[in-house]
Ligand binder design. Structure first.
Ligand code: ADP
Length: 512
């Protein structure tokens, strides 16, 4: 029995199939003598004896073959990769090509994989970096949130003190006022203390409400025509005497047009300026406080500087955080909300509140906001109808009804009041008032509903809606229902009177 399997044949097949050998016998001038093997595979099938093989395989140019030369991965005429062995063979040159395509392919794969690994590594580094950055940011946010919550807790803890101190003054002096033996000086001193403490309480409540509105994105600006020079005068008359009383020099520098008008939320701008100048006076013991107002090229720049203790560079950022108070605040009254609110208001107005250190001590707060020059519409004063002054005041608080009845009567109005909607309708039918003041939140009735029903029945007198809430929705709710104006309690008698007179002057129906 003969075996059909031959190792030699197998090896030859393997060698020929896989290595695709091609042998070229050349003379010393690289001319072809004989060609054996798979020449077509490499693109040399057309070579004939005598051809200079350096034309077909330029890699041979310049080579001598005194001893065997191995050139791996040579590119052949068909673009295949071949391992080339050039060796002297019996006084001639033997050139053996074997296929290296697989190796080239696997090298390519390896190179590609190495590239992919490198890319992956790069990507991994990038991701790690981003991860570290995100972790750092998160840590900062976390620390800030902790700081904010610590400051809020400290504020709430001190709120009780902040509320009780003025209340103690108010209640104590109110008690003294009931003393029939009190002389005139003692009475006026008690009134002064009550007023000052009540104002402090009011600013505390205003600040807390403003901060809450800002946090909820509820605070909106109401630009109105303003003469910056008039605002300067107001600030001077408000703070000049106060600075003097504290032995400080109050400097006011105004640059730019003095009589021109701009359009801006004057109340909020004033609030920021008052806070900055108020702080400067509060925290400065000697020297000066200066307000510099520059208006031109559509921007209003405000700078407030003082010769006080200044603010350390390390506190620059946290000074604008709500509820934050620095050590230098000492026993001075404050909620730590003024600067936070001011910074947010300036941002709403399109600027940025910045703090600089003044060379030689003290601090400088500066901001600039858009303030275009405008020509205000000339308001022709309508004729005030002095006979149309009957007011119906609807409010569920008997104290408020009694207080504003007295205050408005002093302003020359004839006031009637009601505690709820049924009583309001009763009085309304009876008196037919020219003006109505309606609380937005009556105990069981929606004040806005009353306003809507009044308008629905054709009432075209003036309606002022008011509320202790300063939320934007409340303002909208009141004005949508048909009120001519919306005011936030407590309302200065002069402001109430001016609002009522304005409504009388222009006639009802135009919402503020
Ligand atoms: P408040 O005055 O109610 O404490 P603010 O937010 O207005 O709150 O100010 C925060 C803190 O910044 C103050 O407690 C005070 O320490 C510091 N500060 C503000 N203005 C000045 C100033 N002009 N000079 C020195 N310190 C100031």
């Amino acid at each position: 029995m003969t075996s059909s399997f031959s190792i030699i044949r197998y090896l030859r097949e393997v060698l020929f199939d896989q290595q695709r050998p091609c042998f070229l016998l050349l003379d010393g001038e690289f001319r072809l003598l004989r060609l054996l093997g798979d020449a077509d595979y490499y693109g040399y099938g057309d070579l004939v004896p005598g051809d200079d093989c350096r034309d077909a395989l330029p890699v041979l140019i310049g080579l001598t073959a005194e001893e065997a030369i191995h050139l791996p991965m040579v590119e052949t005429a068909t673009g295949r990769a071949a391992d080339l062995l050039l060796a002297p063979v019996a006084g001639k040159l033997g050139l053996l090509l074997t296929d290296a395509s697989r190796e080239r392919a696997s090298r390519q794969v390896a190179r590609q994989q190495a590239n992919e690994v490198r890319l992956l590594h790069k990507e991994q580094q990038k991701l790690l970096l981003e991860l570290r950055k995100a972790r750092d940011e998160l840590e900062i946010k976390h620390r800030r949130a902790e700081d904010a919550s610590r400051m809020k807790s400290r504020f709430i803890a001190s709120l009780s003190h902040e509320l009780r101190t003025p209340l103690t003054g108010i209640l104590g002096h109110a008690g003294l006022l009931t003393d029939p033996q009190g002389d005139v000086d003692a009475v006026s001193e008690s009134v002064r203390v009550i007023e000052s403490n009540a104002n402090h309480l009011l600013s505390l409540v205003d600040n807390v409400l403003d901060q809450a509105s800002l946090e909820m994105g509820q605070l909106v600006l109401h630009p109105v025509p303003l003469r910056p020079s008039a605002m300067c005068r107001d600030v001077q008359s408000m703070f000049g005497p106060l600075a003097k009383a504290r032995g400080l020099e109050f400097r006011l520098h105004r640059r730019g047009s003095s009589s021109a008008w701009t359009e801006i939320d004057a109340t909020r701008l004033r609030q920021v300026v008052i806070n900055l100048v108020g702080n400067a006076i509060k925290y400065t013991d000697r020297g000066f406080v200066a307000l510099i107002l520059t208006w031109g090229q559509g921007r209003l720049e405000v700078g407030v500087s003082d010769s006080g203790p200044g603010i350390p560079a390390s506190a620059r950022e946290r000074i604008f955080m709500p509820f934050h108070r620095e050590q230098n605040a000492g026993g001075t009254r404050g909620t730590g909300l003024g600067l936070a609110i001011s910074a947010q208001l300036v941002e709403l107005m399109g600027g940025r509140l910045e703090l600089e250190n003044r060379p030689g001590g003290g601090s400088v707060f500066r901001f600039s906001v858009p303030a275009p020059a405008i020509v205000p519409a000339i308001r022709t004063k309508g004729v005030e109808d002095t006979s149309a002054r009957r007011i119906l005041l609807v409010d569920d608080s008997s104290d408020i009804r009694a207080l504003y009845t007295r205050l408005l009567e002093k302003e020359g109005f004839e006031v009637d009041s009601a505690a709820d909607e049924p009583e309001a309708w009763h009085r309304f039918e009876d008196k037919r008032p020219d003006l109505m003041i309606v609380d937005l939140y009556l105990a069981e009735w929606e004040g806005s509903g009353l306003v809507r029903r009044l308008r629905g029945r054709g009432y075209n007198g003036g309606i002022v809606s008011w509320s202790a809430s300063s939320l934007r929705e409340d303002r909208h709710c009141a004005l949508d229902a048909g009120a001519d104006a919306f005011l936030v309690k407590p309302v200065e008698p002069s402001v109430m009177s001016a609002t009522l007179n304005e409504i009388l002057r222009r006639g009802s129906g135009t919402a503020e």
